[in-house]
Write a protein that binds this ligand. Structure first.
Ligand SMILES: [Fe+2]
Length: 219
């Protein structure tokens, strides 16, 4: 049985002849490259690195069904692109990749924020939990989807200024991630923690037909 690559999945939802396709590919390639640089600095396993490549390339697939002027797409509210992407990736038999899609917006969105701000999202938490999810969300913060700003890699201070607009909880999460991913001396403790911790928050069975990797800690 043919198992699709991430490129085939992208082309299925974003036709290569559409104006969205080259812009989508540019954005996710930049995010993936930054996420992979972090993964290699952290000395993650080959399985983790493969998962990060796949999930980062697919993290914005839900953009195909929302309004996004930068990428010339139309549909529901922009903020729902993570949830929609997760539905797509679930349908493709990739539940771990789906978790990345639904949790990657900003530094994560929590149920109380969805309720207090009346956001058009299901009433539950959407926040990165695993190291791989955090790395991809963090890398995504550095890139705009605006066609004229796509290749501008934001500085840490630019990312800080943008995230701070959403409140102190968001700013504090970002500082944790900066410490986790930019402080060289912190890399090894993360790795050893990974090697010894059995995480139950991603207890997802290996999909029978998945051509892409399952989560490295479970696959
Ligand atoms: Fe993105």
């Amino acid at each position: 049985m043919h198992t699709p690559s991430y490129l085939e999945i992208i082309k299925k939802y974003i036709p290569p002849e559409s104006p969205t396709y080259p812009l989508y590919m540019m954005h996710v390639t930049l995010v993936t490259a930054r996420a992979l640089r972090i993964a290699r600095k952290l000395e993650l396993s080959p399985q983790q690195i493969t998962f990060i490549e796949e999930a980062a390339m697919l993290h914005d697939i839900g953009i195909s069904g929302v309004d996004c002027a930068d990428l010339s797409t139309h549909g529901g509210p922009y903020i729902t692109h993570g949830v929609l992407g997760a539905q797509i990736l679930q349908k493709e038999g990739l539940p771990q990749h789906a978790r990345v899609a639904e949790s990657h917006t900003g530094v994560g969105i929590y149920r109380d924020e969805i309720l207090s701000e009346n956001l058009p999202l299901p009433h539950r938490d959407f926040a990165p939990q695993t190291l791989e999810e955090r790395i991809i969300s963090y890398a995504d913060l550095f890139y705009s989807k605006h066609p004229q700003k796509m290749f501008h890699e934001k500085t840490l201070d630019e990312v800080r200024a943008w995230v701070a607009k959403f409140g102190s909880r968001h700013a504090a999460t970002l500082e944790q991630w900066i410490h986790e991913f930019e402080d060289q001396s912190f890399f090894r403790p993360i790795r050893s923690e990974l090697a010894t911790t059995e995480r139950e928050d991603i207890a997802i069975a290996k999909p029978a037909n998945a051509g892409l990797s399952t989560h490295p800690n479970k696959g």
